[in-house]
Each structure stands twice: as C-alpha cells, then as structure tokens.
Design a protein around this ligand. Structure first.
Ligand code: APR
Length: 320
C-alpha cells in the first residue's frame, strides 16, 4: 500500500515542526507548501537529510505550487501570521481570513478528499472560514485547540501533583485559550477527579484556579517569552496526534474545534467539544449535560466565537 500523503500548508515554525514529527513518526510522505520561496524547499531538504540518522522512510518535498498537494490524505494548515507580544489571537483576524480564502480554495481544487486540520488563529473563526472557502464536508474540517489546551492543563497539573503527565487527564470545552472551559469534575489523576484531589489535600481550590488561568493564558505566556512569535512545539505535537488518529483510524476521543449542529444545543457553529476521530474524520461528538456554572462559561465562549464569525462575515461578505 502506498504511503499516506500529508500536506502542510504553511512552512513556518509550526509547519516545519509538523514535518519533522510526521517524518520521525513515519506517518507518510510530506509536502510542505508556503508562499515564501525557498522556505518550504529548504525545510523539506533539511528534514529529509535527518532521515539517515533517524532512520525514517518518508519522502519530503517543499513547494510554492498548490498542484503539489494533489491527493493529500491530510492537510494541516498553519498559513498566516502568528501573534506578537501584546496582541490577542483575535487581532490576527483580518489578515488570516484572507489567507484562509487562498488556502481553502487551494485545498478545494487539489485535495478535496483530505482530512483538514486548521491551526491558524483565531482558531474557532478560522476553521469555520476555511470550511466555508473549501466547501469540504464539515466532518473533514476540524480545528486544533482543545488537544493543546488540555495538554497545557495536564502539564501544569502533573507538576503541581508531582506525578507523570501520562496519568493526568484533562477535559476542556469551548473556544481556544482565553475562553476555554475546563471541566474539573472530568479532569483526573488516574481517574480521581480534581475536586476529590482538592478534598484529599493534594492542592487547594485557589491553586487549581491559578493553574486554570495559567492554562487559558498559556499561549500568551509563550508569546511573552519568545517575543518574536508564538508557540510551535506543543501546537505541532497536538495536531500530529489528531492526524495520526485519522490516518490510523484510532477512534481517539480528543477535544477539537468541530462543527456542532445539535450537540450541546448548538445550531451550526465550530467550537471546542469532545470528538471521536477515526477514518471518517470527526465520527462523533460526545455531548453531555453541563452544570450551571459550566454552561455559563460555555455560553460566554460561544458568544465570543460567534462575535469573531460575524466579524469575518463583515470583512468578507461572500461568507454565509
Ligand atoms: N499561503 C501559504 N502560506 C502562507 C500564506 C499563504 N497565503 N501567508 C503566510 N504564509 C506562511 C508564511 O510565509 C509563514 O511561513 O505561513 C507561515 C506561518 O509561519 P510562522 O510565521 O512561523 O507562524 P507559526 O508560528 O507557524 O504559526 C502559524 O498558527 O498557532 C497559529 O497563531 C498562529 O496563526 C498562526 C499560525
């Protein structure tokens, strides 16, 4: 059987890391696409030259031509601009919306059967726009946010409790970052929910609240440290986890920005919810009853995503 084809649209910090991870994990042959001439070609060659030492079998190609993404099984989109210190993800909207139009049309014309994972921010609005511009089925276009938000949460919790990150699970809903809704009662250490761990004296409610806030601000913390760009290692790893779930039909239960028309009472919008990812793309959305405080936080998150989608429509009237 031929190797799967993975197209990375955007060969910047995240795109390059995605290519390296996909090669090392032997997920398939990789095409790096970017509008910058030389960047995707240079990164593809550099990563390919790490193959003999690492021992992977994957072909890498860098390109400035959409025709080269033809037949891609997975497209991961990072094209656009990242944040600089002091900017919110929403500040990127106008610029990145135009990029989503070009990318969406490129995927529509050359890789219409792909599973598309969007990483470009502001995530929940950009994945919606990308789906609109590409016209692909909703279950094949998804945004990477919850896997990263929950990874950050799990990391901070593992440090707080001094236990392995592998034994910490976290459950998050809602928009990316600032309006993320952590579900403490469904977040656990080896199955013991966080509220029980507070009762057991493993931490205090105040410390837990601070960890939740740090998770929400996780992207900004890294932007503040790097000063010239935003996070790329963990975002790339998170998207690779989603791509692998699709390519290997793993039926992983992962929080993603998915199209919700019905679940959680939503009427047609992209937002972070628990999903099952397998060969069908987003095969299921796991919907359940929220408590009142959770619902209030989720509603706030929904409102903020809706606001961004309306802003996209105002900028580009061709959008729904
Ligand atoms: N088509 C293809 N590539 C494009 C386009 C376009 N229309 N416009 C810009 N790019 C490319 C840039 O040339 C650059 O190489 O997108 C790449 C973005 O890379 P970086 O600037 O390094 O940004 P990165 O850190 O990878 O983040 C990308 O993901 O997390 C989000 O907020 C982040 O929106 C940002 C995106």
């Amino acid at each position: 059987m031929a190797r799967p084809r993975i197209a990375l649209i955007g060969a910047g910090q995240i795109g390059g890391t995605l290519a390296h991870l996909a090669a090392i994990k032997e997920l398939g042959d990789i095409v790096l696409f970017d509008i910058a001439e030389g960047t995707p070609q240079g990164k593809a060659l550099d990563i390919a030259e790490s193959g003999p030492s690492e021992g992977f079998d994957a072909r890498l190609k860098g390109t400035n031509d959409y025709a080269d993404i033809a037949g891609a099984d997975v497209c991961i989109v990072t094209a656009g601009v990242p944040r600089k210190p002091g900017m919110s993800r929403d500040d990127l909207l106008g610029i990145n919306l135009k990029v989503m139009k070009a990318v969406g049309e490129g995927i529509r014309d050359h890789a219409p059967d792909a599973f598309v994972i969007c990483i470009t921010n502001p995530l929940d609005a950009m994945v919606w726009a990308l789906r609109e511009f590409s016209g692909l089925p909703h279950e094949k276009v998804v945004g990477m946010a919850g896997v990263l938000d929950s990874a950050r949460f799990r990391h901070f919790l593992s440090v707080e409790f001094d236990v392995s990150m592998r034994d910490v699970t976290a459950f998050v809903l809602g928009g990316h970052g600032d309006t993320m809704v952590p579900l403490a009662r469904y977040s656990t250490v080896a199955g013991i929910p966080l509220p029980d761990l507070v009762e057991m004296g493993w931490t205090t409610q105040d410390r837990l609240d601070a960890i939740i806030q740090r998770t929400r601000d996780g992207g900004a913390e890294i932007v503040g440290l790097l000063k010239t760009g935003s996070a790329f290692y963990a975002p790339a790893t998170s998207a690779i986890e989603m791509a692998e779930a699709y390519l290997k039909d793993q039926k992983r239960l992962l929080p993603c920005a998915a199209w919700c028309d019905g679940p959680f009472g939503l009427k047609g919008m992209y937002v972070g919810v628990p999903t099952v990812i397998g060969a069908g793309g987003i095969e299921r959305i796991v919907s359940f009853k929220l408590t009142k405080p959770e619902q209030a936080m989720f509603d706030k998150s929904i409102d903020s995503v809706r606001g961004l989608v309306e802003a996209c429509k105002a900028i580009d009237p061709t959008l729904g």
